[in-house]
Design a protein around this ligand. Structure first.
Ligand SMILES: [Zn+2]
Length: 226
């Protein structure tokens, strides 16, 4: 018997929302709390609150978020957990939930590669991991789609003071990403994944960079929309 199973006999896992004991088939959150977390209609309607945010900014195949981020609601608690202790497990769990929604949706077809939005190098060093990597891992576990963490990179802004003066926040964001070994991306349909979408400028910057590669199509999926 593995140590983890052995410990589970005495310390059952708790739901991260309501703290009740999880049943054997439950992960991270109990079925009841999962059902009470408000879902968006993004995976049913391609014209939705998330895709509309990108209109007139960038051409995307599809854009969707799984949960509505109500203040103090379940989705907010889940996203909060992503960045702390149980972050990696919660990330994989939420990635799986996203994968189920993608699988059932008629809007998301023929995705070749999943790319997690890279975290700023300083932030990643501080946190020790990128939560989006684990969301991508969860998607891979269900849909068996390749994850590429190397081609899209986030640039560390060394002369941030001078840049702040010369460029707007938006321009800074647009210059925060770069491509490496992009041959693998040519002609592919890429799914960009992140935890939350707010203004969408990070995802826009990533998509814009990826579309510099010939024949690339980009879709976006996040856990929650704020
Ligand atoms: Zn619960």
């Amino acid at each position: 018997m593995f140590a983890k199973d052995f410990l589970a006999l005495f310390y059952p896992s708790l739901c991260i929302i309501c703290a009740s004991n999880l049943l054997k088939h439950e992960e991270c959150i109990c079925i009841s709390c999962l059902h009470q977390t408000p879902k968006t209609d993004c995976f049913i309607n391609s014209k939705n609150d998330v895709s509309e945010r990108f209109w007139g900014r960038i051409k995307l195949e599809n854009a969707a978020a799984l949960f509505d981020f109500n203040k103090d609601g379940n989705a907010q608690k889940l996203i909060h957990q992503l960045k702390y202790e149980e972050g990696k497990n919660v990330g994989i769990f939420l990635g799986k939930q996203l994968a189920y929604a993608i699988n059932e949706s008629e809007c998301f077809n023929n995705i070749d590669i999943v790319i997690p939005v890279p975290l700023h190098p300083k932030k990643q060093k501080l946190r020790g991991y990128n939560q989006s990597d684990f969301i991508a891992k969860g998607i891979k576990e269900i849909l068996d789609i390749k994850v590429n963490k190397k081609s899209l990179i986030r640039i560390e802004n060394t002369d941030s003071q001078t840049r702040k003066k010369r460029f707007s926040r938006w321009e800074n964001m647009m210059n925060s990403f770069d491509l490496r070994s992009n041959k693998k991306l040519k002609g592919k349909h890429i799914l960009l994944v992140d935890d939350v979408i707010t203004t969408g400028s990070t995802l826009e910057a990533c998509a814009q960079k990826l579309q510099e590669v010939e024949g690339v199509k980009v879709s976006i999926a996040t856990i929650a929309v704020a």
